[in-house]
Design a protein. Structure first.
Length: 122
């Protein structure tokens, strides 16, 4: 008998980042092990041990976009997901925060297989 166990959840944050024109920053991600498998998502980040989630958000937005957040808006919702990436099962629990990019021009630094885009919020 084979027992399958789900990986322990990794806690993190996602950012609903709006600019002055109310455009939303999305990341076009791909799984390198599955050509043709791609999706759009909010920028996300895993929480480092001992790190407060607002600090996680500031760090990751800065690392991925070059934008320095001076304030972080409210937590909007919690998103839980189970998925396979690069052949491994993952379990994420992300808290989604509203943030505003005011007067900043993103300078994305995404890993291979990701590209940033802005889309108008409806």
């Amino acid at each position: 008998m084979t027992t399958t166990t789900s990986p322990a959840p990794r806690v993190g944050a996602r950012v609903l980042l709006l600019d002055l024109a109310n455009r939303v920053l999305l990341v076009h991600a791909r799984d390198p092990d599955q050509p043709g498998h791609h999706w759009w998502e909010l920028p996300s980040c895993g929480q480092d041990p001992g790190e407060a989630l607002p600090d996680t958000v500031r760090r990751e937005v800065g690392e991925e976009t070059g934008i320095v957040l001076t304030s972080i808006g409210p937590e909007l919702w919690v998103h839980e997901s189970h998925f396979t990436y690069r052949g491994r099962a993952h379990h994420r629990v992300d808290r989604v925060f509203l943030c505003f990019a005011r007067g900043s021009t993103p300078k994305p630094r995404f890993s291979t297989g990701q590209e940033p885009r802005r889309m108008s919020a409806a």
